[in-house]
Design a protein around this ligand. Sequence first.
Ligand code: GAP
Length: 438
Amino acid sequence: MEKLVSLAKRRGFVFQSSEIYGGLGSVWDYGPLGVELKKNLIERWWRSVVQEREDIEGVESAILMHPKVWEASGHVSSFTDPLVDCRQCKKRFRADDERIKGKPGEESAQCPVCGSKGTLTAPRMFNLMFKTFIGPVEDATSQVFLRPETAQGSYVNFLNVMQASRQKIPFGIAQVGKAFRNEITPGNFIFRTREFEQMEMQYFVKPGEDEEWFEYWHEERMRWHYDLGINPDKLRYHPHGPAELAHYAKRAEDIQYQFPFGWQEYEGVHNRTDFDLSRHQEYSGKKLQYVDPATKDRFTPYVVETALGVGRLFLVVMADAYREEEVEGDTRVVLGLHPSIAPVKVGIFPLVKKDGMPELARNIYKELQRLFAVFYDDGGSIGRRYRRQDEAGTPFGVTVDGQSMTDDTVTVRDRDTLKQERVSVDQLATYLTERLRP
Ligand code: GAP
């Protein structure tokens, strides 16, 4: 994990937020390579969940929503963690923090930071939503929340989307966007953060067909992760027991990855029943129902949700792709990312900075730039330049050498096999396009 974190910083994937000020707890920035990787992950998800389907529409709702949304959704009353404070050192912990010895609130309980005994308060519920104010007056009537999930923005737009798109049940609403949670025990790099992005899809179905659709989406989502090339041995389902189920869920199953710090969830598939639509109906007074055009049956749809964190998926693909190999007595660090998500697709290198090689390499760079994310590098030995692109996860390296100047061919190096093939310059774009297909 340490090596991955160090590579992420060194190569510009992830930086600590406000680093020059000492950082901000569990908030991270994405650097030049990171932002490309993240964008590619989102694009891949959007393409498969929205663009390649006739039954799913996209929305982008605002982060700030009417405060009643969060009363209706149950987040004001139930989105809480039990916390304890130490009266001595003023630190705050989750009540189930494994480092606490004894039962918080009792004399024998010991603070895990200052070691004082009997100073921990009894657990109190703490809401994880960030609060702010809308407008110039800062009082209870102007308080709003930063959304803790994108899902509610899709529910409150259920009627708008259905009417505008003329969709019939079953159909889905997908959304990608930021969410915020004031996590008390954040950590493990970008795994649990206070500001993060979600890719969520709410699938509205007829009550009674929810179990069937749950099975469908649960299979479909795992297949998506396999297609992305994630090692199947490191993927598993984790069904939620009654104690783990969120306040809205009838059934939930996580997709977990075996991170260096253990098996952890990175996507959830939830059967949310008609909980959310019914509650919004009750709190807004607006009917959020569907009338079956054939039978004229009127019902409040059930929802099967798929909820994936962009940052967690980012960490999964980085952890899964990271490898170290011995090559000719040297350690080669490679990010074996799926080509469709690699931040840079092709590195272009003149072997030396003379004899017309930089000029030809620049022309190739300009030509390929119209098709893919490419990177030109003429600094240092060719071996070092290959290594730099291996670490960035670049699938192909194109080298212009002496022979290129006589027969208009270049070498194409494959990141994974290390094999080099000679390809004529006029065939290069076709050669690479075929190999970079999603
Ligand atoms: N709308 C349902 C929902 O939000 P969730 O299981 O709380 O369900 C869904 O979150 C996904 O969002 C998680 O599987 C995870 O990938 C991501 N996620 C949740 N909290 C996160 C956090 N604090 N930091 C990073 N990602 C988080």
